[in-house]
Design a protein. Structure first.
Length: 248
């Protein structure tokens, strides 16, 4: 005869098998869901067709914005999805105000490159007091220890200059020019990137080239397979519908 402990263990087997089956089913469901996110919808269209559809909706409105919406499928250990890229044809929904922490000759270089606000330690105090408005913040390595005093103010806004983000450099003039012309993007909590990429009045090849540039930058965030990293992709305009793109 089996002991009480042995009987108890046999009674637990069905439960263990059921739990294992549930885990396997959940894994299969997640894998299936992931595959579906990466497969184009039957009604999705080529990028060229998507652009022509939006242009038809925006006849007579050349200044309307073309927006790209990319559903990313990050893997384990994926850092925040964000970046910047210079578009083949420049597009700006609004002017970018660039602030630079620099001193001496580097401050002069930043001004000549088009920086809106340039200064040294005195500018740190003005920013801390909330007396300066800006959209991007750059710094030279020599100014970084002084800028660190206001890291708690700049950090939560995503404005703190860091080497990893590429916003700290001795080549400050080049960095200012890039920041003035680059298009920034950042995924939301649902891992979806929303980015304006063009005016509807741009030519179809120009819009397609801008879309390709942003897509390449988004895929560069992937820590594993770039093919699996991008799921559904939509193109929309101010008044037009969201059109799923099959070949972005």
């Amino acid at each position: 005869m089996l002991s009480r402990a042995a009987l108890a263990s046999t009674r637990a087997w069905p439960a263990i098998r059921t739990a294992a089956a549930c885990v396997a089913l959940r894994h299969a469901s997640n894998s299936s869901s992931s595959r579906k996110r990466n497969e184009p919808h039957p009604n999705s269209v080529p990028l060229e067709k998507a652009i022509s559809i939006l242009k038809a909706y925006e006849v007579g409105q050349p200044q309307q914005t073309v927006e790209l919406h990319v559903h990313c499928v990050p893997g384990k250990g994926q850092p925040p999805i964000r970046g910047s890229c210079v578009l083949p044809r420049a597009y700006r929904s609004a002017p970018i105000r660039v602030l630079v922490f620099a001193e001496g000759a580097q401050a002069a270089e930043a001004r000549d490159a088009g920086a809106d606000v340039v200064g040294g330690e005195e500018l740190v105090a003005l920013v801390a007091a909330g007396q300066v408005e800006f959209d991007k913040c750059l710094a030279t390595p020599g100014m970084l220890p002084k800028v660190a005093r206001i890291a708690r103010l700049l950090g939560p806004k995503g404005l703190m200059p860091t080497v990893n983000k590429g916003t700290v450099s001795d080549e400050i003039a080049q960095l200012v020019r890039f920041s003035k012309n680059a298009q920034d993007f950042r995924a939301d909590r649902a891992n979806i990137v929303h980015a304006g990429v063009a005016r509807i009045g741009f030519s179809a090849p120009d819009i397609a080239a801008n879309v390709a540039a942003v897509m390449d930058s988004i895929r560069a965030n992937a820590v594993d397979s770039r093919a699996r990293f991008v799921g559904r992709v939509y193109l929309s305009s101010t008044r037009g519908p969201g059109v799923q793109v099959a070949d972005a």
